[in-house]
Design a protein around this ligand. Structure first.
Ligand code: ADP
Length: 544
């Protein structure tokens, strides 16, 4: 068993503080904030339990820093179990934790880490996108509650099957003793979590009158530290029940015995419980009747969190091959679609087995062949500033200026500053009679730090306002886009990536096999476009 709280990567910077942990299985959500030491606000995103662990089984815990940002770092944690008698091994849960490094009262600038393997490169790259998602999480919930009608069927429920939320309320007090704290006297995050789980389990049992099983932890907010000698008041209540699961919320306040009225809110978490029957199937749960006021607000917020969890699971964790190429656009899914868009491209970029297929006029064509999967990328050095290249190409409406495969591009919806949906019309591809059209989500991202590329990721989405019409053959892109690396002042490495889809495969293979030079011609035209326009960015773009 590996200790997961040792100083990550040997950074000799003083104690790192756990900020949040994220369930990898659902891979994008800030779940909890934990902050045992000084930081004024940080989080721990909850892990998701994939299977149970029993007494007598061995636990293997692996933890690794995926990425160091400024003073925060993302740590990936994997818990596996093995049965010593049968040699069987299985994954128990996965989580992502964010730590903040402090020395004294000030934050520490972390050294960047250099990912080596393909997996490390992917995690490193995608960690930046997860950080972005974490930072907008509170706004996502707010938007969801403001813009979506959450099914409010409270009135129509059969009262004989409802349990008043009040009946599930639990409150307990714990005294922080030296064994609960680290050498600086701050309570271990894990200890607080264990106490929180205890009260949450009691609240859950009061609803179902059975033994509940913790399934996932979402949103641990560690807002401030607590120390040896503090009293921690833990409060829990069932916020909402769904057919087979319930959300229990827990909040923790700390106070010193001599100042009981001065309570500090140090932590909050939301836990999902299920009740399993003898066949490990989740049982149907009674409905909850929330108290008016805060109870009803929490009830609705729990629904929003559930929706986000489901969106995330579908959009983020589905293997590309198993999902339809285009996913329906829905504003409430937007952050996950964008995440999926950017992370798919970053994963493609991080692949180890790219092979240089050919080079013409200093444009390199690389290919990547995997099982039933062909991707290519073109790469060139352009004498243009990286930011300018990024801004010029992120305005897809200008693409017809250099790409003859784009006849026209219409901006359908500017989703936010960095995400937009476009309708693209392309001429018919070899032999086809109909022109093609695409509806794509373009997500652009600036680098998190030096060495990170600028990214413009593209993927198809479906929109009710832009359904397929007889006039065009609907084309789809599952993962394509641009990356820009600053190679020097006015020198940028520009790469265009594309994962071939069935409709596009023939065209790609023709180029890769050297039977056509259209890729080169188009990319050369892209270079010319960048050079011709390197000084004429619209003022509005320059400020971004
Ligand atoms: P919010 O009320 O916005 O959900 P809090 O951090 O205040 O956030 O609380 C987190 C959760 O802790 C709540 O959703 C609720 O489930 C639980 N909780 C808060 N206050 C109490 C309380 N007085 N008694 C029981 N449970 C509580």
């Amino acid at each position: 068993m590996t200790s997961i709280l040792s100083t990550p990567l040997g950074h000799s910077y003083g104690e790192p503080n756990l900020c949040h942990v994220l369930g990898l299985e659902e891979s994008a959500m800030p779940c909890q904030r934990l902050r045992p030491l000084f930081p004024p606000s940080s989080s721990l995103e909850g892990s998701r339990l994939l299977s149970l662990l029993s007494v007598g089984q061995v636990v293997n815990i692996k933890a690794k820093v995926n990425r160091a940002f400024n003073s925060s770092m993302e740590v990936g944690i994997q818990v596996a179990s093995e049965d010593l008698c049968s040699e069987k091994q299985w994954s128990v849960c996965k989580a992502l934790a964010t730590f903040v490094a402090h020395r004294e009262l000030s934050r520490v600038k972390l050294k960047p880490i250099a990912p080596r393997t393909e997996e490390e490169k992917t995690e490193h790259s995608v960690a930046a996108e997860r950080r972005r998602l974490r930072l907008v999480y509170a706004d996502t919930i707010k938007d969801l509650l403001a813009n979506c009608v959450i099914q409010d069927d409270l009135e129509s429920r059969d009262c004989s099957h409802t349990v008043p939320a009040e009946k599930t309320r639990v409150e307990s007090v714990e005294l922080v003793l030296p064994p609960h704290a680290n050498h600086q006297g701050n309570t271990f995050g894990g200890q607080i979590m264990a106490w929180m789980e205890n009260v949450a389990t009691i609240a859950a049992s009061r609803l179902c009158r059975a033994h509940p099983t913790l399934k996932a932890i979402e949103m641990f907010h560690f807002r401030g530290p607590s120390q040896v000698g503090d009293r921690l008041v833990l409060k829990a209540i069932v916020n909402n029940t769904f057919k087979h699961s319930m959300e229990v919320g827990v909040c923790v306040e700390a106070y010193r015995q001599e100042a009981e009225t001065h309570r500090r809110h140090i932590n909050s978490a939301f836990m999902t419980f299920v009740v399993l029957d003898a066949d490990d199937q989740p049982q149907t749960l009674p409905w909850i009747r929330p108290q008016p006021g805060d109870g009803e607000r929490r009830y609705r917020e729990a629904s929003a969190r559930k929706k986000i969890r489901l969106d995330r699971k579908y959009i983020v964790s589905c293997k590309q091959a198993e999902m339809p190429l285009s996913v329906p656009w829905d504003p409430s899914n937007q952050v996950y679609l964008s995440y999926n868009n950017v992370s798919s491209l970053k994963m493609l970029v991080a692949k180890d087995d790219w092979v240089l297929s050919s080079e013409t006029n200093q444009i390199r064509l690389y290919t990547l062949e995997e099982d039933k999967f062909l991707a290519f990328h073109l790469e060139m050095l352009v004498h243009v500033d990286a930011t300018q290249a990024f801004l010029l190409l992120s305005d897809l409406c200008r693409r017809p200026e250099w790409d003859k495969h784009c006849r026209s591009v219409e901006l359908v919806q500017q989703v936010d500053e960095d995400d937009a949906i476009y309708h693209i019309i392309s001429p018919a591809l070899g032999g086809d009679t109909k022109p093609q059209d695409f509806v794509v989500l373009a997500s652009r991202r600036k680098p998190c730090d030096n060495g990170d590329p600028y990214v413009i990721a593209l993927r198809s989405v479906t929109l009710p306002t832009h359904r397929e019409t007889p006039e065009y053959r609907r084309g789809e892109t599952i993962c394509s886009g641009f990356c820009f690396w600053r190679e020097g002042d006015q020198l940028t490495k520009v790469s265009y990536y594309n994962q071939a889809t069935p409709g596009f495969l023939n065209y790609v293979t023709t180029n890769v096999a050297g039977l056509s030079s259209e890729f080169y011609t188009t990319f050369k035209a892209c270079e010319q476009f960048l050079l011709d326009n390197r000084n004429d960015l619209a003022p509005s773009l320059q400020t971004l």
